[in-house]
Design a protein around this ligand. Structure first.
Ligand code: FDA
Length: 393
């Protein structure tokens, strides 16, 4: 039976980073991957250009039931460390917006970086691998039985990711292993995910498909000021994806379609000045004409501002500065970028990612109850947590 120092389950971002670090320490490392290729999500990420990290990584950009958990790993392997690796491999990159760093060319460059580093330190990657059974033996080693072989290892790292995009190889494997070893799991759900309209809203708004509006989207005490995108099925765009990670089904979100303009004050002062402009012409300065036409009826849009009634002004301003949508459904794991919830961080060492109750067993990356904002934060968590485990496995 073949024996390894370290077996890592999952050749994604976190698993490959952990493999590199363990390999650098002279450990004999095997990565078992279920899919026919490593790093499929890396290739898909950032619209094909991989948003690999962010200039502004701070713990408050992460959602977890233990908000302190991410601090140690993020402090020890920072965005600057990953940027240095990207520079070492001569990969050209740029800041797109809000500190988000993307490859100038294809995401493949980031995967090549990881595979080259793995190769340099003698890491073995086995694809098309299905683990059938996994047990901890009395001598502390782990026995891994797969469709390809029976293997032994001292350290076992679960880097199998979350449930988003099943077609890319996502599986509940990590949660099942956590359950097997009695580690609590927080309920999981899709995050960074488009919100679907109700059938009635779809009838009204699907004509706006393709329109993007910079908006302030809020839920409780969290807000994001970025674009929202109307689609055939609902709302997407960065501000919607971000807020989706903070709200549950049937929560209300508030959308301010004109965050820089207090519509109530604007219309009131135009009315005081006896403005003869039609409502439509005023609103169309600030918003796409098509959107204005869907949000208000023709009678109202043709009215001169001076003749708008007080209650009409209030209603218009509410609709634009405080449009409220109930999240009745999301696109789910089919298109979600991440999985919220997961393996309980209180059961894991924040320094090493080792399970406190099961020495030798580690969890890294998205399978943990750690979810970053949109903008490179999730990959940074994969790099940092993978690096942290890689120092000790
Ligand atoms: P990841 O999912 O990357 O890897 C897990 C690996 O385990 C996969 O290769 C899977 O096949 C394998 N696996 C699963 N079950 C297994 C089993 N039973 N046996 C063996 N192997 C198994 N983030 C970001 O920061 N910037 C971005 O630009 C994007 N863009 C983006 C686009 C899209 C479309 C998605 C879906 C997601 C993103 N993300 C992102 C999120 C980011 O991709 C994600 O958070 C990380 O890939 C998580 O890394 P992990 O290594 O934890 O899991």
């Amino acid at each position: 039976m073949k024996t390894f120092d370290v077996i890592i389950v999952g050749a994604g971002a976190a698993g490959l980073m952990c493999a590199i670090e363990a390999g650098k320490r002279g450990r004999k490392v095997l990565v078992l991957e279920k899919a026919n290729k490593p790093g499929k999500k890396i290739l898909m990420s950032g619209g094909g250009r991989c948003n690999f990290t962010n200039y502004d990584v701070t713990p408050d950009k992460y959602i977890s039931h233990n908000p302190h958990f991410v601090k140690s790993a993020l402090n020890r392997f920072t965005q600057w460390d990953f940027i240095a690796l990207v520079e070492k491999h001569g990969i050209p990159f740029h800041e797109k917006t809000l500190g988000q760093l993307f490859c100038d060319h294809k995401s493949q460059a980031i995967l090549n970086l990881l595979l080259t580093e793995c190769n340099e330190v003698g890491v073995t990657i086995q694809l098309n691998n299905n683990i059938e059974k996994l047990t901890k033996l009395n001598d502390g080693k782990f026995l891994v039985i797969s469709n390809q072989a029976s293997l032994l290892c001292q350290s076992l790292v679960i880097a199998s990711g979350g449930l988003s995009i099943p077609t890319l190889g996502a599986s509940p494997f990590g949660y099942q292993i956590a359950e097997q070893f009695g580690i609590p799991i927080w309920p999981i759900r899709a995050g960074l995910v488009p919100i679907l309209f109700t059938p009635k809203q779809r009838e009204q708004f699907s004509i706006l498909s393709g329109i993007s509006v910079r908006s302030l989207v809020s839920h409780k005490n969290i807000s994001f000021c970025e674009n929202i995108l109307f689609t055939h099925r609902g709302l997407s765009g960065p501000a919607i994806l971000q807020i989706s990670s903070y709200c549950e089904l049937f929560d209300n979100i508030k959308i301010n379609l004109l965050p820089e303009i207090d519509v109530l004050s604007m219309l009131k002062s135009e009315k005081v000045n006896q403005s003869e402009k039609q409502l439509k012409s005023i609103l169309s300065i600030h918003l796409p004409k098509r959107l204005v036409e869907i949000f208000f009826n023709e009678y109202l849009l043709k009215k001169q501002i001076k003749s708008l009634l007080q209650e009409e002004i209030i209603e218009i301003s509410q609709r634009l500065n405080n449009w409220t949508i109930t999240v009745s459904e999301t696109e789910g794991y089919r298109t979600a970028e991440v999985t919220l919830g997961g393996v309980d961080c209180n059961s894991i060492s924040s320094k090493t990612m080792e399970v406190s109750s099961t020495p030798g067993l580690f969890f890294i990356g998205e399978v943990l109850d750690v979810t970053g904002w949109l903008g490179g934060y999730n990959f940074q968590w994969a790099w940092s947590s993978g690096w942290a485990a890689g120092q000790v496995v």
